[in-house]
Ligand binder design. Structure first.
Ligand SMILES: [Zn+2]
Length: 424
C-alpha cells in the first residue's frame, strides 16, 4: 500500500496508484478532470534528513528517492522590499545560483517535476517514459534520467534544441527526439503517437500528480521560510500547471493549519504576445478563446518567452486553472516585453543573477500589482521565479549540449514512420 491514494476531482472516486500503475486519468465516463493525491500523513512533516525537495516526500506521490534532488531557494531581498515598500516580500528562486546554494543546475523549476515524476516510476520498470517539452521540462528530464539511468525519451520542437543540455553526460538509456518546423503542441502530438507503441508510456503532463506535487513544493519551502502561507502568489504561466500545483499544495497546508488557514491569491502572468489564459480569465470564461490554429501557432513562435505560449493549457478541466483562479479570486497580468526585460535587468543589477524570460514576466507583474494597489504593505508575498541562472551556468562552463538521437518531420508523425525512424 502506497502512502497516498488518487482521488478524481470530478466524481470523487478513489484509486490505489500501486494497483493501477501510473494512473493519469479517471477511468469513469465523465468530462476531463484532474486526479489529486491524498496522503496518509495529513500533517506537514518535513523529513529533516532528506535531500532537497525530498524533504517533503510525505506529500509527494513517489515510490523512492534519489541521491540528488533539486532545492528551491527562498529569500527576502532587502533591495526589492525597499524599492516596492513591501515588508514581507519573498522570492522563491528555482535555478542555478552557486552563491545561494541554488540547487537547480538546469536552471528551472521543472527539475522539481522531473525528480518527482521519475521517482514515481517503480524500480524495475523496463518501459520508456515519454515526455514532451518546449524546453525546460525536457532539459530537466534529460538531466535526472541520465543521472539515475531511467529509460526516458524527450520529444521537443526544433526551436527548443538550443535549450537541450545537461550538466551530467547524457545516458544511453535517455533519448532526445526533435520535431522539425513544429511548435510545442506538435511535439506533444508526436509524443502521444510514440506512446501508442511498445515499449513506451506517457508521462502525462499536467495530469501527472507527481509533476504537480513536485512543483507544489515551492509553496512548502516558502511557507517554512516565511513562517506563513503567503497571502499572494506570483507566477508566469504557460500550461498553468505550476499555479494549479501551488494551489493544490496550499490546500494541504491550510488543512494542516500551522502556517495559517487561508489560500494564497494567485497573481498569474503571460507575456503580451501570447495571452490565451489571460484573455479567458478576463472574460471570466471556463472555455479558452477559439483562435485559428495558424494564428495561435504564429503567436506562439514570436512569444517573448516560448514556455509561456502553450496553446492547450490545463485551464477548463475540473480541478484545472479556471477552478483554482475562481476559488482565490485570482488576478492576471500581461506585462509588455519591455517591462519584462526591465524587470530582469533590475534583478540582475540588484541580486547579481540572471532570470529566464518567464521569471522576468512574473517579476514585472509584481510591479504592476503594486501599482494597482493589489498588495498590502505587510502582506506575505511570494514571487515564484521559475527559472534563472542559465547565463551564469554557461559562463561557469557546466553546460553539456545534447545532440538529438532521432529527428522527425511532421509528415513522419504516423505510426509506420515512427516505427521506421525509431528502428522498432
Ligand atoms: Zn472521475
Amino acid at each position: 500500500m502506497a502512502h497516498y491514494t488518487l482521488r478524481c476531482v470530478e466524481c470523487g472516486q478513489i484509486y490505489d496508484d500501486s494497483d493501477k500503475g501510473f494512473l493519469l486519468d479517471c477511468p469513469e465516463n465523465h468530462g476531463p478532470s484532474m486526479l489529486q493525491a491524498d496522503y496518509s500523513v495529513p500533517g506537514f512533516e518535513p523529513v529533516e534528513t532528506a535531500k532537497g525537495f525530498y524533504r517533503y516526500q510525505h506529500w509527494l506521490p513517489i515510490r523512492r528517492t534519489f541521491a540528488r534532488a533539486p532545492k528551491t531557494v527562498v529569500f527576502q531581498s532587502d533591495a526589492f522590499c525597499d524599492r516596492l515598500g513591501l515588508e514581507n516580500l519573498y522570492f522563491a528562486f528555482n535555478g542555478y545560483w552557486p552563491e545561494r546554494e541554488g540547487g537547480m543546475p538546469t536552471c528551472s523549476f521543472k527539475e522539481l517535476e522531473a525528480a518527482s515524476v521519475l521517482a514515481r516510476i517503480p524500480k524495475g520498470e523496463e518501459r520508456t517514459i515519454v515526455v514532451s517539452s518546449a524546453g525546460n521540462t525536457g532539459r530537466a528530464f534529460l538531466e535526472y534520467a541520465s543521472q539515475f539511468k531511467i529509460n526516458t525519451m524527450v520529444v521537443v520542437p526544433e526551436f527548443a534544441l538550443p535549450q537541450m543540455w545537461t550538466t551530467v553526460p547524457k545516458a544511453d538509456c535517455v533519448k532526445l527526439v526533435v520535431l522539425k518546423d513544429a511548435d510545442y503542441f506538435d511535439a506533444i502530438q508526436l509524443a502521444n503517437h510514440i506512446c501508442e507503441l511498445e515499449p513506451f508510456f506517457a508521462e502525462g503532463g499536467a495530469k501527472n500528480v507527481a509533476r504537480r506535487d513536485g512543483m507544489g513544493t515551492v509553496i512548502l519551502a516558502a511557507a517554512e521560510a516565511m513562517k506563513t502561507i503567503p497571502h499572494h502568489y506570483f507566477q508566469a504561466v504557460g500550461s498553468g500547471t505550476g499555479a494549479i500545483a501551488a494551489w493544490e499544495m496550499a490546500w494541504r497546508l491550510m488543512a494542516d493549519g500551522i502556517y495559517g488557514q487561508w489560500l494564497p491569491r494567485l497573481h498569474l502572468s503571460q507575456s503580451e504576445s501570447f495571452t490565451i489564459l489571460a484573455d479567458a480569465w478576463a472574460a471570466q470564461s471556463r472555455d479558452l478563446p477559439e483562435i485559428p490554429e495558424d494564428e495561435a501557432r504564429a503567436a506562439a513562435l514570436k512569444a517573448y518567452s516560448p514556455v509561456l505560449s502553450n496553446r492547450k493549457p490545463s485551464y477548463s478541466l475540473t480541478g484545472g486553472l479556471f477552478d483554482a483562479m475562481s476559488e482565490c479570486a485570482g488576478l492576471f497580468y500581461v506585462p509588455t516585453d519591455e517591462q519584462a526585460r526591465k524587470a530582469g535587468e533590475l534583478f540582475q543589477e540588484l541580486e547579481g543573477i540572471d532570470l529566464d524570460k518567464a521569471a522576468q514576466v512574473c517579476l514585472a507583474s509584481l510591479f504592476i500589482a503594486k501599482e494597482n494597489g493589489a498588495l498590502g504593505e505587510d502582506h506575505a508575498i511570494l514571487v515564484n521565479l521559475t527559472g534563472g541562472g542559465a547565463e551564469r551556468a554557461h559562463a561557469d562552463g557546466i553546460v553539456i549540449p545534447a545532440t538529438p538521437d532521432y529527428v522527425f518531420t511532421k509528415a513522419q508523425d504516423n505510426l509506420d514512420d515512427i516505427r521506421k525512424v525509431l528502428g522498432l
